[in-house]
Design a protein around this ligand. Structure first.
Ligand SMILES: [Mn+2]
Length: 485
């Protein structure tokens, strides 16, 4: 008996001595703070980099986002257009930024509505001209009373307020004719472009895509804060999932944490799916039951000051993976690790995608879920990841080598959908495949696992912005066990 106690003591000691999982929820650190001078210098640098990429004798016009109707006279929460925000930090409607370039002379000014006491009584404060100048660092703030005059001058190829008549006009435009998202987001820009004649019209998107693809230290602080809020939300969800009956209760814990930590919003609708629902990639209903014995997949991201996190954890509701769940989890984990180890400047996302799909197809072969490596797409049907920043699927070119400052998601997954084998084309090969994999499939069906982390490229590899959130199977189990009361 004494021996047993001593053994138990050693065991407890050694587990805690080697545990590298947290034993309490990590509370979000204070938000990054910037002085007026720091913010103004950052924004001025971005504007000068945009101007440097503009052609000579050109003008860039950025309109603010239009209010979007929720219903009748109620709007959705206003969110500034990202590129305008990137250059001004102004969160207000009816702001228009103009940058002109004529040889070495760059002029920049922003239109803003006058303050209006009646309007502000109902809708809240607007920037004064001085405040707007302080926020943005722009020296020239022009009343929107002059806006029509400006637009008429551009349309009539006249100089406005002693400025230039450009040859080229840059606008944010859809990528192509079939770019439906772009048509919706940049409707007013498209219409304005069509109303202009006698100019070379250039799409400003590539300029911003190239700049925004490399995050500055200033941006990384904001992104890290969004990730930290999301980390706390994920940890809180892990501690309460066992006591939840429905998915929306867990979602509420996540979004409560976002708001509590002053996130502006989520960067995309939360995905909280339990059991079979975890096998639906963009499951947003959160109306299903939370059942012990099942996995809960949570793909959620807080948005802070226009930067969004994008983090997925998949964990057992009761804190303990079954053998089958662990089999799938470890493959996804290994794929993610292999990607992180290979990621460094010079490597492309396609290279990393290949590494992930190789690990996953090997793993699925070993489990008997596929008979040839190429069949992995049945169970891993999305790409490895995407750029992350002001958009959850951020701007930036693919196919380019990674560079320090790029931020991407590393998010392999395996989804054993209950009906996955039902829709394979009816061929003799598929019949043979189905017959072979059926036993394994029955064992693993309805398990869905995605693990998603946010990584920033460094000079020699990557840093995990999400490193404080338990990810290793044993760490998730250890953390969840430490939270049981
Ligand atoms: Mn993602």
């Amino acid at each position: 008996m004494k021996k047993l106690v001593a053994f138990a003591v050693i065991l407890v000691f050694s587990v805690s001595a080697f545990a590298d999982f947290p034993t309490s929820v990590r509370v979000t650190p204070p938000a990054p703070k910037f002085t007026d001078a720091e913010r103004q210098a950052e924004l001025a640098r971005r504007r000068s980099e945009v101007a440097a990429k503009m052609a000579d004798k050109s003008m860039l016009i950025l309109f603010s986002a239009e209010p979007k109707i929720y219903t009748n006279d109620v709007d959705y929460v206003f969110r500034q257009e990202n590129n305008l925000y990137y250059l001004t930090n102004l969160k207000q409607e009816n702001a228009t930024l103009v940058i002109t370039k004529d040889g070495a002379t760059v002029n920049e000014f922003v239109f803003l509505p006058n303050r209006n006491p009646q309007f502000e009584t109902w809708n809240g404060k607007r920037y004064s001209m001085d405040e707007a100048a302080t926020v943005s660092g722009l020296k020239t703030v022009v009343s929107t009373d002059k806006f029509k005059e400006f637009i008429d001058a551009v349309k009539g190829k006249q100089a406005f307020a002693g400025g230039i008549v450009p040859q080229t006009v840059y606008l944010l435009l859809p990528k192509s004719e079939g770019d439906n998202d772009g048509e919706r987001e940049f409707r007013q820009e498209s219409e304005f472009a069509r109303s202009l004649t006698g100019y070379k019209i250039e799409n400003a998107q590539p300029i911003f895509a190239d700049l925004r693809q490399i995050k500055s230290p200033y941006e990384v602080k904001l992104l890290q804060h969004a990730v930290d809020i999301t980390t706390e939300a994920q940890m809180r969800a892990m501690t309460m999932a066992a006591s939840a009956k429905m998915e929306y209760e867990v979602q509420a814990e996540v979004e409560y944490t976002f708001r509590r930590r002053n996130a502006d919003f989520w960067g995309y609708p939360s995905i909280v799916g339990c059991g079979p629902n975890a096998t639906t990639l963009h499951y947003e209903e959160s109306e299903g039951p939370v059942t012990p014995g099942n996995l809960l997949l949570m793909d959620v991201g807080a948005e802070y000051d226009h930067y969004t996190a994008d983090v997925t954890r998949t964990f057992p509701v009761n804190g303990k993976f079954t053998k089958e769940q662990a089999d799938i989890y470890r493959i996804v984990y290994d794929a993610q690790e292999a990607v992180a180890k290979a990621a460094k400047p010079g490597v492309t996302m396609a290279d990393l995608g290949k590494i992930a799909s190789d690990v996953i197809s090997d793993g699925l072969m070993k489990l008997g879920l596929i008979t040839e490596k190429s069949q992995y797409r049945t169970f891993y049907m999305h790409g490895l990841g995407h750029w992350l920043g002001m958009n959850v699927h951020d701007v930036g070119r693919y196919g380019v080598p990674l560079k320090p400052g790029m931020v991407f998601t590393n998010e392999p997954g395996i989804y054993i959908r209950e009906d996955a084998l039902n829709y394979l084309p009816d061929t003799p090969e598929n019949k043979a495949l189905i017959a072979k994999v059926r036993p394994a499939f029955e064992k693993y069906k309805n398990i869905g696992v995605r693990i998603e982390d946010d990584m920033i490229v460094t000079d020699t590899g990557v840093d995990w912005l999400t490193k404080n959130l338990p990810r290793k199977l044993e760490d998730i189990e250890g953390f969840m066990a430490s939270q049981k009361r």
